[in-house]
Design a protein around this ligand. Structure first.
Ligand code: TPP
Ligand code: MG
Length: 331
């Protein structure tokens, strides 16, 4: 049984991600984002159900579609919006943008534009935790997509994590497409979770549209990792409501009926139905949460829009840890 506080957090987090992505898209279309953006609306139950088990001491690695992971890991939406707009008040002082949001203080190792690159980062964090004897309090979670699931780096990482029993979770968000390529065409197995068998680790298929199911499966995987029993591969079947990136035209490669069928199983609507049917949270409470989040995201957009761009003299800041001699003067 999930306690009320956690249930409310889940609802806040899913709705916060949904609204953030919708507002972020609006801003991108107005020309206020620096570069392309990859919305994750539709997939909210995945980062929410997994990060519900994590603390700031646990590490996650994320993808080009990383806003939901950042929000579920506790990053502030105003700083994120500012970052996407390339502003100095952003998480990375406006130099990272949508695909490189990071905050080590929250255990967020960074979104990442290289498909599959979140995976060795999370394994590295897990190796560090194990080496320091801290796996009870610090595990790694790699979020990645169905497209990334065929990258060599995942297979090398699962093998290493298995033989060294590293406290890591491989969280594959199978949103059915890698850009315009459907996973039924590009992936050799029906269930990506089956690939775990090659590495002698559990592989679990999860309904990624149901936050309760995600929460339960992730709970098992987190427990296993913290107990020193090693990694788990979770395949979370989900769907991205929008295109691959903001201006993608989905009608060129998928049918509207398919999208409608997934939208019927929307994670936020099904959560609302379940908690009100079972009288776990009242409709009035849900509405007041929605209102709070709407205000928060409105403020985040205003914060981003009214923030300054990075000053010119900061151009070379944060580029190197140790500046090479010939660049020292530029700092
Ligand atoms: C190593 C690498 N190969 C190719 C690309 C181009 N690319 C960017 S996103 C993407 C699709 C990724 O699909 P998936 O892993 O399913 O994630 P999703 O976009 O569905 O979240 C590709 C091929 C890249 N960024 N990095
Ligand atoms: Mg995908």
């Amino acid at each position: 049984m999930i306690n009320e506080e956690k249930l409310i957090w889940m609802y806040q987090t899913m709705y916060r991600i949904r609204l953030f992505e919708e507002s972020m898209l609006e801003q991108t279309f107005k020309g206020n984002s620096m570069g392309v953006t990859h919305p994750s609306d539709g997939q909210e139950a995945v980062p929410t159900g997994i990060c519900a088990h994590l603390t700031d001491k646990d590490w996650i690695g994320s993808t080009h579609r990383g806003h939901g992971h950042c929000i579920a890991k506790g990053l502030e939406t105003d700083k994120m919006m500012a970052e996407i707009m390339g502003k100095f008040t952003g998480n990375c002082k406006g130099k990272g943008g949508s695909m490189h949001i990071a905050d080590f203080s929250k255990g967020m190792l960074g979104a990442n534009a290289i498909v599959g690159a979140s995976i060795p980062l999370a394994v590295g964090a897990a190796l560090t935790a194990k080496y320091q004897g801290k796996e009870k309090e610090s595990i790694g979670v790699a979020f990645f997509g169905d497209g990334a699931s065929s990258q060599g780096v995942l297979h090398e990482s699962m093998n290493l994590a298995s033989i060294w029993k590293l406290p890591v979770i491989f969280a594959c968000e199978n949103n059915q497409y890698a850009e315009a390529t459907p996973s039924w065409y590009a992936v050799s197995v029906e269930d990506i979770a089956d690939r775990a068998a090659s590495y002698n680790i559990p592989g679990v298929v999860v309904d990624g549209m149901d936050v309760f199911e995600v929460y339960e499966a992730a709970g098992e995987a987190v427990k296993r990792a913290r107990e020193g029993k090693g990694p788990t591969l979770l395949e979370l079947k989900t769907y991205r409501y929008h295109g691959h990136f903001h201006a993608d035209q989905t009608e060129k490669y998928r049918k509207i009926e398919e999208e409608k069928a997934w939208r019927k199983r929307d994670c936020i609507l099904s959560f609302e139905k379940k908690v009100t049917d079972q009288k776990l949270i009242s409709k009035t409470k849900l509405l007041s949460i929605r209102k709070e989040i709407e205000e928060e995201i409105g403020k985040a957009v205003d914060f981003g829009l009214s923030s300054p761009l990075p000053p010119e003299e900061t151009l070379y800041d944060d580029v190197y840890v140790n500046y090479p001699n010939d660049l020292r003067g530029l700092r």
